[in-house]
Design a protein around this ligand. Structure first.
Ligand code: NAP
Length: 266
């Protein structure tokens, strides 16, 4: 039996186990997907231990995505992001991927939203924002980054080719001009706050929210009410898992079964 899992702290409420178990079942793969709550002070040992035990692959979640980057041989596109959320233990060593980034791009494709040539604003400058900003840029979008702490928006913009950094006060102006607005802050997580003013939305925008609890955040609700297209955060979660499954198994992921399993646990 193959063994996969998610490593983080905390991990007990992770939705990855039901999603990956459903995928293995659907494809008839004899594998188990388990949760590993690692000691934050012993993460390096934990990664080496997983490798020594013959674990086949890991999803890496907070707060270990940067530690994972240090542990693996990062796959090409991950080098700039500096964070790894998927490890494939191969015969030649652990290889690291960032499927938060590639999975979000697949979520946009799934919704027929073209990023090539689009103007996109990423709100936030933390880990999720890094994945989105580098991903959007790689997909051909012009990226603006707006963050509460403006200096962090400028720091991230300096790393992403062609990107510009802004304070949150500039968000309404940016929203009047761009095609895509992506919330990569934790605003709206289990609350009805939104990082974007309700009256800044219009029907030419596509709204994406990385937050998925609740599934319809105020950010997305306001966007929808103004006639904008919306993509919820569960699509990012789904497609990061879809990409991980395909990296680990080399098989096409059963997207519908994974989506059903995920949404039935939300
Ligand atoms: P993070 O690194 O801690 O970054 C948090 C960001 O939120 C920072 O830019 C911070 O701004 C901003 N922020 C926090 N409180 C704010 C407030 N009250 N007003 C304005 N901005 C505020 O977190 P992260 O890892 O990037 O995660 C961000 C969100 O994405 C979380 O809700 C997480 O659950 C979600 N996420 C979802 C997926 C998925 O698969 N759907 C994957 C990864 C993350 P400052 O710099 O000013 O502090």
């Amino acid at each position: 039996m193959d063994v996969y899992g998610i490593i983080g702290n905390p991990v007990e409420h992770s939705l990855s186990p039901p999603m990956h178990e459903a995928a293995f079942r659907e494809r008839g793969i004899d594998a188990k997907y388990v949760t590993f709550e690692a000691d934050v002070d012993r993460i390096e040992e934990a990664f080496h231990g997983a490798e020594a035990l013959g674990v086949d692959g890991l999803t890496v979640t907070l707060p270990f995505k940067h530690d994972a980057f240090e542990f693996v041989e990062p796959e090409e596109s991950v080098r700039r992001v500096g964070a790894v959320n998927t490890i494939d233990f191969t015969e030649s060593g652990p290889v690291g991927y960032n499927t938060d980034m590639t999975g979000t791009l697949r979520a946009f494709e799934h919704h027929d939203v073209a990023l090539d040539g689009a103007d996109a604003v990423v709100v936030g400058a933390g880990g999720a924002a890094r994945a989105l900003a580098f991903g959007f840029e790689e997909a051909g979008a012009d990226v603006a980054i707006a963050n509460r702490t403006e200096s962090k928006a400028h720091d991230l913009a300096d790393e992403v080719p062609g990107a510009t950094g802004h304070g949150l006060d500039e968000l309404p102006e940016l929203m009047a001009e761009v095609d895509v607005v992506a919330n990569a802050t934790s605003v709206g997580l289990e609350s009805d706050d939104s990082v974007a003013p309700a009256d800044a939305w219009h029907s030419d925008l596509v709204a994406f929210d990385a937050v998925y609890t609740p599934l319809e955040t105020t950010f997305l609700g306001d966007a929808k009410a103004a006639g904008a297209q919306t993509i919820d955060g569960a699509w990012m979660l789904l497609f990061q898992g879809v990409d991980a499954f395909e990296i680990w198994t080399g098989e096409e992921a059963p997207v519908d079964a994974m989506n059903e399993a995920l949404r039935s646990h939300l």
